[in-house]
Write a protein that binds this ligand. Structure first.
Ligand code: FE2
Length: 199
């Protein structure tokens, strides 16, 4: 696979360059996430870099609920991806994991985020957070890797994900809220295929 700048702009290229340099110089995921914070905050605060097409809902998406996962960048070895997750008002993602560390932050709208842990096969709700634009958090599995987000604003929410895998194309898990049962889950991206897609 080759490196893909789906959104090929100077802002995205400079951001990814900085991110790759920071990750290369960090001794651990924790250290990398800390070091990436100012640069990620800067991206979230920039109102102009993300075109409207990547802030649109997607009726036929793998997430359901009109939720659109738009790929903006991915690395040639699938070790890094940047994508926008668009969740219409009132919609919620399934409870899901990511299987990679990175940063997730809100760009538009408002969300409630619920973080879960697995305990004896069941799901335990650890925390509920209310997010407004500019808020962001680190995901470092296994801690904080299982969550669900719901858009609470009247407008669609858009969150920006910087994760160290090709999140839309890896097989990960969704979870039944009541039983905690996990199922194989692949969200896909609205705008690009995964390598082993049948289409
Ligand atoms: Fe997520």
């Amino acid at each position: 696979m080759r490196e893909e700048f789906v959104l090929d702009t100077a802002v995205v290229r400079e951001f990814i360059d900085d991110v790759r340099e920071t990750i290369a110089g960090a001794a651990s995921p924790n250290e990398a996430c800390e070091a990436l914070r100012p640069r990620f905050a800067e991206l979230l605060a920039d109102p102009n870099w993300l075109p409207a097409e990547y802030q649109a809902a997607a009726p036929q998406s793998g997430m359901g609920g009109g939720i659109g996962q738009w790929l903006l960048y991915r690395a040639e070895d699938q070790s890094l991806s940047l994508f926008a997750l668009v969740v219409p008002s009132g919609s919620a993602t399934p409870i899901h994991d990511h299987l990679a560390w990175g940063l997730v932050g809100l760009y538009r709208g408002e969300q409630d985020e619920e973080i879960y842990a697995r305990r004896d096969g069941a799901l335990e709700l650890l925390e509920r957070r209310y997010l407004v634009p500019g808020d962001f958090y680190a995901l470092i599995p296994p801690r904080d890797d299982i969550h669900r987000v719901r858009t609470t604003s009247a407008d669609t929410s858009v969150s920006i994900h910087l994760l160290t895998n090709d999140t839309g194309c890896v097989w990960r898990h969704s979870f039944d809220p009541a039983s905690g049962e996990e199922k194989p889950f692949r969200s896909g991206y609205v705008n690009v295929a995964c390598e082993d897609d049948p289409r």
